[in-house]
Design a protein around this ligand. Structure first.
Ligand SMILES: [Zn+2]
Length: 171
């Protein structure tokens, strides 16, 4: 039987997990990114389910450690973080709040993700052509580097105002 007490406890655990931020994009929480899939509790063990943003993302180990630490600090002693690869994460899962935060940080949010099935290597994703400049809003922009500080972002330059900016790629 699930009691109200357990439900509230699990709900609080979700709130704690949802506030953990992405190590590479600290303005975004795991909930903003759509990486946080589920938080459940069984026999006192908090089970957190996350989906990596892309295969081999180096930030995932840090996310896992940060989740465990945040939940330990909130009083949850037993924490189990699980990775679920199916269905694969898509940049479409980034919430409206997440897109707003990206834009505020000067990073062009991703457009609609290409249709696909299964995780795809980053190198094969087609270049995006419609990222709008976060400074002036122009869509006359060009990609100047496929990867920037992190693999999920490209560097672009605005042809209208010449501003270089990062673009979260459609994945
Ligand atoms: Zn511009």
């Amino acid at each position: 039987m699930v009691t109200t007490e357990v439900t509230e406890r699990t709900g609080r655990a979700y709130q704690v997990a949802a506030r953990v931020t992405d190590p590479e994009l600290p303005m975004l929480t795991l909930a903003d990114l759509g990486v946080l899939r589920d938080v459940t509790e069984e026999d006192g063990v908090v089970r957190v389910t996350i989906t990596p943003t892309y295969s081999g993302c180096p930030a995932m180990d840090t996310m896992r450690d940060d989740l465990v630490h945040a939940l330990h600090e909130a009083g949850y002693r037993e924490v189990d973080v699980r990775m679920v690869l199916q269905p694969p994460w898509s940049s479409d899962w980034i919430t409206e709040e997440g897109r707003r935060k990206l834009a505020e940080a000067g990073i062009a949010p991703p457009g609609p993700a290409p249709r696909r099935s299964g995780p795809i290597p980053l190198t094969l994703t087609p270049p995006s052509s419609r990222a709008a400049c976060p400074k002036c809003g122009s869509t006359d922009t060009e990609e100047i580097a496929r990867f920037s500080a992190t693999a999920c972002k490209a560097m672009r330059r605005c042809r209208s105002c010449a501003e270089p900016f990062e673009h979260f790629k459609e994945l």
